[in-house]
Design a protein around this ligand. Structure first.
Ligand code: H79
Length: 589
């Protein structure tokens, strides 16, 4: 499935979850114990492998990955024909497990059955499996489980419990009430749950004893349908399961797909699963690979927010993991060798505000604390400011060579000084370990200018009063829907440099006529929020005017509805851009 399309899916997922509100029935009481390895692991490998790999992304004029059977409405007989070419001739489970271990991954989750209904293991309840239908004719899961565990990694299984485009009655997205594109798919969803999903989940739990069960996803899942599946988890009391079973079961983990939430999920365990290109399953001409820098940035970003990173590979029908994936993971492994201690067993950053130069992870160290500073975009002045940190900093060292870094105090918190030779401007991937006294205490600080002189006022840094949510689902990063006309949004700012600044607001309303906001604190502005048909992703920029800042001035910018006719709006970003900047900004219509 395409990275961008996953957004839509997310909406479905939430709608399904929100519709249910019964208390989860299965909830082992030893959750902390059960989650311990997972919380320390941080980094895992997702593997999408199945019959779709034979098509390598192409069927007639349709291009898709693991959804190709659905996208191409491929008749069952025809698709079954492709299975015979799924022979796994070059499959080397030891090499896969090696790759995961070498990359620094601590667990592996593989598709036991995806939405096409095909079982990668010999299933007793169907002949639509690797033994009866595929060229491979052998269990592909058992040897991988063995090799993975040999290397002390945990082993998890993905199971599509609702969608099944092969067995009669399985759910089919956009085909209501068991209809599909092939008569053979018709049947009762309840019968399918009873005759296929339940016995197969029992099979995989008892045979492979997975450490994770990765449900996907809760289409049409009522409590009555979900509970026999949830009950089965008792066969593996230590198992960790995700939030995609449905029927009101929350599971153990939140699972943002192909996005990183701006503030994570405080109080919940969570895991971002991510494709390395644009598809989960093998697509031979999908060359839109993440860069090494993007992967490290994502890993560090996720871990700094307390989450895990489940990074996908999609092997071809012979069982070869694409070379670009191997190369990237090998690079990541080299980085993890040096920087692993700043990732594994760490906790979320104590800094709740955005840090412009990178991210922070932390670990208790007796009665003191370790901070790991991850440089993702080295500022030109070589100063890594720990804004608002009140603790005494004892010392700082580069992880790579153990050499000391200089510490200084500034009015806004301690600073680590990095010499240009160690970490040139714009570079990334350097980690600095800082010992601080006691438990971290961070006081709120005004927003400071970024390295480029721009003040960026983000949703996560705003002070909100009244009924007003932060929206960070599905990759959104915005304040809204702002429905309460008495609510306000404000940021406090410190001007470090005098000058004129252009005031820009990126906001949108899905409605036709724009409601108005006033801006106060640095002069009075009033403006209409632009309406846009593409309001879900697009935030037109409004330039409100120019303001003059004095050096050392501290002020607040406050947004407030002009009450006349208020309609729900979204605020994405407010910026103060030095007037001498020549950037062009897209004008809102
Ligand atoms: O296994 C991967 C995806 O195949 C799976 N989750 C990850 C881990 C997934 N299953 N369903 N969805 C994701 C959501 C479905 C999304 C859809 Fe679409 C997006 C349905 C409609 C838009 C993809 C594109 C399928 C049809 C068009």
């Amino acid at each position: 499935m395409n990275r961008h399309l996953s957004i839509m899916f997310a909406a479905i997922l939430i709608a399904t979850l929100a519709a249910q509100s019964n208390e989860p029935i299965f909830r082992p009481s030893d959750k902390n114990e059960r989650m311990a390895w997972w919380r320390e692991a941080k980094f895992g490998m997702f593997i999408h492998w199945g019959v779709y790999a034979v098509l390598a992304g192409h069927y007639e004029d349709v291009r898709d990955g693991e959804w190709i059977m659905h996208a191409g409405k491929i008749p069952l007989d025809r698709y079954r024909g492709y299975a015979r070419q799924f022979n796994a001739g070059q499959y080397d489970p030891a090499a896969w497990a090696d790759l995961a271990a070498r990359a620094g991954m601590r667990y592996v989750v593989i598709t036991a059955k995806h939405h096409d209904g095909f079982a990668l293991y010999p299933s007793e309840v169907t002949d639509w499996d690797v033994m009866d239908a595929a060229g491979a004719k052998r269990d592909l899961l058992a040897p991988l489980a063995r090799e993975v565990r040999k290397r002390n990694l945990k082993f998890g299984l993905y199971y599509s419990q609702a969608q099944d485009w092969y067995h009669p009655g399985g759910a089919k997205y956009r085909y209501p009430e068991g209809t599909g594109w092939d008569k053979a798919q018709q049947g009762s969803f309840d019968d399918y749950i009873r005759d296929i999903a339940v016995p197969q989940v029992r099979e995989i739990l008892t045979r492979y004893e997975p450490d994770v069960l990765w449900w996907d996803f809760p289409m049409d899942m009522t409590t009555a349908r979900a509970s026999p599946l949830a009950e089965l988890l008792k066969l593996r009391p230590g198992i960790i399961s995700n939030d995609r079973l449905g029927g009101g079961y929350m599971g153990d983990t939140e699972t943002p797909e192909n996005y990183i939430p701006p503030v994570g999920f405080p109080g919940r365990d969570w895991e971002t699963c991510m494709t390395m290109n644009d598809n989960w399953g093998y697509v031979r001409d999908d060359n839109d690979w993440l860069s090494f820098r993007e992967i490290i940035t994502q890993l560090v970003d996720i871990v700094s927010k307390g989450g895990n990173y489940l990074l996908n590979v999609g092997p071809d029908a012979d069982g070869r993991i694409p070379q670009p994936s191997i190369d990237l993971l090998t690079q990541v492994g080299a980085w993890m060798k040096v920087n692993g201690e700043s990732i594994y067993e760490t906790q979320a950053s104590p800094f709740k505000r955005r840090i412009p130069w990178g991210r922070v992870t932390t670990k208790p160290d007796g009665s003191n604390t370790l901070l790991y500073l991850h440089v993702l975009d080295m500022p030109k002045d070589g100063r890594l400011l720990l804004t608002g940190l009140k603790n005494e900093c004892l010392s700082a060292r580069f992880l790579a060579d153990g050499s000391a870094a200089k510490l200084e105090r500034s009015p806004f918190g301690p600073c680590v000084i990095v010499p240009e030779s160690k970490c040139p401007q714009g570079s990334f991937g350097t980690t600095i370990k800082v010992w601080i006294k006691g438990h971290p205490e961070v006081e709120p600080m005004p927003v400071l200018a970024d390295d480029d002189g721009i003040y960026r006022l983000y949703p996560m840094d705003a002070k909100l009063t009244g009924e007003i949510p932060l929206d960070q689902q599905f990759g959104y990063d915005r304040i809204g829907p702002w429905k309460d006309p008495t609510a306000t949004v404000s940021w406090s700012i410190h001007a470090s440099k005098a000058g004129s600044y252009r005031l820009l607001v990126r906001s949108v309303t899905p409605d036709s006529a724009g409601p108005a906001l006033s801006v106060r604190g640095i002069g009075d502005f009033q403006f209409e929020i632009p309406a846009s048909k593409t309001w879900k992703r697009d935030y037109p920029v409004r330039e409100l005017g120019t303001v003059t800042l004095r050096e050392g001035e501290r002020f607040e910018i406050e947004l407030k509805p002009v009450a006349k006719e208020w309609k729900p709006v979204y605020i994405h970003l407010v910026e103060l851009v030095p007037a001498e900047h020549t950037h062009r900004f897209k004008k809102g219509k």
